[in-house]
Write a protein that binds this ligand. Structure first.
Ligand SMILES: *Cc1c(COP(=O)(O)O)cnc(C)c1O
Length: 367
């Protein structure tokens, strides 16, 4: 490991027992259980990144005047560690997450973290808590790096100069424990997620805080997730929930994929990028462009659009079966998971879990 910092190692004196861990791993759910350790690294304007530590997972003492509590200066990442058939453990394209965190940091006026330090921190945590990486098919260890402003100051005109970077890990079960079930999505006309010039392309907690009312509206209307439309015309489809969207046109040898282009208000998903590279190699042309709600509805009515799915690290793909708006409603294909969606999912999952070759060099071995 070539690190830009030496980590101080403070082992958890009271790790979960093997029995407790097995109990959690038997039914991990998502984001509810955490491993024995975490990584913390501090930043200050005068010292740069320093005090890198592996320490027991636990509460972080914070000054109540820390800027993150008042002005939400925060960002996060999400990636997973996967157990391979030979028992080794890998992550998937971690340098993409590091690079994206730094793009988010730029937008949030936060310091960049050296990509290698980000990856070293992730690797150290996974290596230390490797017994928490599930063996069960489709399960994984979800990794959550995040950064926030710890500067003690309520004045907004003095930019924060102290930050903390943390990585925690959480065993994660199947996103669809009862088999893949297409979601019904709600076209929100009231709320938007991201405006031009705003923070939509940063992986920033505030985007989520601002999305919960839209998600609640979706649920009130009997839907699972909300579809975000562009904030200016409320016409162009951007994302679904916290996933990028893919539209499949045609079927069989004629199938092709369209995904909304990265206009600055969308999050550049690693899964999205991987699908754009994987699909053409499977004979499915993929392009970035734009699609309006009307085109989506008409495309489904004419049969031209055959499948739609959301994609992201947590679910890999989440088929969309039905769309509902204030005064319209339609089904995509037969409302069931489509062939192209499932094939892409299978290919990507195969690469991640080491049951398929990885011609792209996406898999990053940790232990
Ligand atoms: C994280 C995220 C995604 C998916 O990104 P992946 O890197 O594929 O996990 C999509 N949209 C939003 C808003 C996100 O926060």
């Amino acid at each position: 490991m070539s690190s830009t910092l030496d980590f101080e190692i403070m082992r958890n004196e009271r790790p979960a027992s093997a029995a407790e861990r097995e109990r959690v791993l038997a039914d991990p759910g998502f984001g509810q259980h955490f491993t024995d350790h975490m990584v913390t690294i501090r930043y200050s304007a005068d010292r740069g990144w320093h005090d890198a530590r592996l320490e027991p997972y636990g509460p972080i003492p914070m000054d109540p005047a820390s800027q993150v509590f008042h002005y939400a200066q925060e960002l996060f990442e999400g990636l997973k560690a996967y157990k391979q058939p030979d028992g080794s453990i890998v992550t998937f394209r971690p340098y993409m997450n590091a690079a994206r965190m730094n793009r988010s940091a730029h937008r949030m006026a936060m310091p960049e973290i050296p990509e290698q330090l980000f990856v070293d921190a992730v690797e150290l945590l996974v290596r230390t808590d490797k017994d928490w990486v599930p063996d069960t098919e489709g399960h994984s260890l979800y990794l959550r790096p995040f950064m926030f402003a710890t500067t003690r100051a309520l004045g907004v005109n003095s930019p924060a100069d102290e930050f903390m970077f943390v990585v925690i890990a959480s065993p994660s079960g199947l996103y669809y424990p009862r088999g893949i079930k297409p979601v019904t999505v709600w076209l929100s006309e009231r709320y938007t997620r991201a405006a031009p010039g705003g923070t939509g392309e940063a992986k920033f907690g505030g985007n989520y805080a601002a999305s919960f009312a839209g998600q609640a509206e979706a649920v009130e209307n009997g839907c699972d997730q909300v579809v975000w439309l562009d904030a200016v015309e409320r016409r162009w489809v951007e994302e679904v929930g916290s996933m990028n969207l893919m539209f499949v046109y045609g079927s069989g040898a004629q199938a092709r994929i369209l995904t909304p282009a990265l206009t600055g208000t969308l999050l550049a998903g690693v899964t999205r990028d991987s699908m754009l590279k994987l699909a053409p190699d499977l004979g499915i042309p993929a392009e970035e462009g734009r699609i309006s709600v009307d085109e989506w509805e008409q495309g489904c009515a004419s049969g031209e659009i055959t499948e739609v799915f959301g994609c992201g690290t947590a679910a890999i793909i989440s088929p969309v079966g039905r769309v509902k708006g204030r005064d319209r409603e339609w089904t995509i294909g037969d409302g069931e998971p489509g062939e192209v969606s499932m094939r892409l999912r299978q290919e990507l999952v195969g690469i991640q879990y080491g049951t398929r070759p990885d011609p792209y060099g996406w898999v990053h071995k940790i232990v």
